[in-house]
Structures are given as structure tokens and as C-alpha cells.
Design a protein around this ligand. Sequence first.
Ligand code: CA
Ligand code: ZN
Length: 294
Amino acid sequence: MYQIQGKCVFKMSALNEPALRVPNKSTVIFETLDCFSNQLQLESQKMDALDWERINPATGPLYIEGAEAGDALKVTIEKIALAEWGTMVALPDNGVLGSLVTESEIKRLPIKNGIVRFNERILLPAAPMIGVIGTAPESGEVFCGEPGSHGGNMDNTRIAEGAVLYLPVYHPGALLSLGDVHAVMGDGEIMVSGVEAPASVTITAEVIKNAGLVTPLLENTRACSVIASDKDVEKAVFIATETMCRIVMKKLGLSLNEAGMLLSAAGNLRFCQVVDPKRTVCMELGKEILNSVL
Ligand code: CA
Ligand code: ZN
């Protein structure tokens, strides 16, 4: 089994040296740090001591032989094994409630037997998901904290065990990196952190030739979805909706009006996160209507 450990990037870019090269359809374990590079270990730590240069590491990149610009990388999320502790923060001026937060705070949450202990009274079932996962972007270097058409910090709660994510490939080898695993997170990630936890993530990467994706697609046992990110949340909503509309027209043989009406009747538009430099949303349609997204 292939494994990547101790190699991470803070920017996704075609300039990054591959951490590992594998044949198409390989299964690889990525050992990931939490989004703070595991710097926060105690609730008594001071946030000012945090090295912000080391925020949002992504393990990788993985070079998949045969992947070329214009292809899609099909990433099957086989397993997400969480560490025994998660971390959350509240930070003034960060997130939806940032204007109300007067002091920063660190919360450490034990994770045991699939349960995240928020406090003595409140227990949350773990629902592990990958916050950051992407290929090298089309141009330039993009911080791992930023989402885009290459993926990145999408913070989509559905990028979880059993899901299949399709990412656009812009450069040879695709250069897949991932990290920022959350033991559990609510849609929106309103305080800018989920329950941030180091993890061992097992994925299988397969190249789909000439898929011509404009934005990431996701499929799980229940639904198909299109994920889109933009500085302007309304633009992200448009990209996700239009892309799904085109898929529905082609796959179900509907006119634009009919496909739109179908999405209006049965499609669910959801926030992934509303707190990063670009906002991420997804348009989801049940498998009973659309049986595959690609
Ligand atoms: Ca994130
Ligand atoms: Zn995170």
C-alpha cells in the first residue's frame, strides 16, 4: 500500500514537487495534520503564538501517472481514520459571528468510539470529512485555505467515506493534495473551524480521460452534486446550478426550462462553507432522479 507521510504543501501549484508517484488506479494513504499543523494542543495556549504561515497544510502532492490537462481525477474516499482529539477555535473578527466574539478561545474535544465530546452534556456523533482536497490549479499558486475550480478548501461535509469526488485536472499527474479533516462540521462552518483533527485518509485515484470538468462533482450513495466556489456567493450558486442544469439536460434529455424546473422541484442547494476567501456551495440531486454525475 502506498502512503504519504510528513510531506505537505501550503499552496496548491503545478510547481510543487510530487511527494509520491503512483500508477493510475492506485490506493494511497495520506497522513494529514490538522488545519493548524497540530500546533494547538492545549486549551491554555495563546492564539498569538500560532504560526499562521503553517495554517491549512495539505499532504501531498500525489502524481498519478497518465493524468493530463482536460482529464478528471476520480477520487474515491475509502476511509477516514481520526486521531483521538479534535480542536476548535473562536476568533474575533472571524466567521459569521466574528463581530460578536471579544476573546479568542481554543477548545480541545476528545474523540472516542465515534463520539466527539463537545462538553460534559453535549456529545456529537463523529461524521469525518475532508475539508481541503484538490489538484494543482490551472494557473499560479493557490493557498490551500482557498477553494476554487481545482477543489481546495471546499469544506463540503459530503466529502466523506464512501463518496466519489471528481476533480478537474489542469497539469500532468494532477498533483492531488488533501488535508484539513474534520471529525464533524456543520454546513457553513460558521466559526471558521470544524472539529479539526489529524487523520489517516485512504483514497483511490483514477484518471477519467477528457472529462472536461469546469468545477468539482461529487457522488455518494444518496445523491449527485456539483460544487462551486466564488468570492461572490451568488456567483457560486449560479455556477453550481448551471453546471447541474447542463448535466441534467444531457443525461435526462430535458430542455433547459424543464431541467431548471426539475432542479427547482427536487434539487437542493446547500452551503458548504461561508467563511473562507471564496464561498462554496453545492447543488445536489437525489440518485433516484440522476444515477450518476459524470
Ligand atoms: Ca477548511
Ligand atoms: Zn478545517
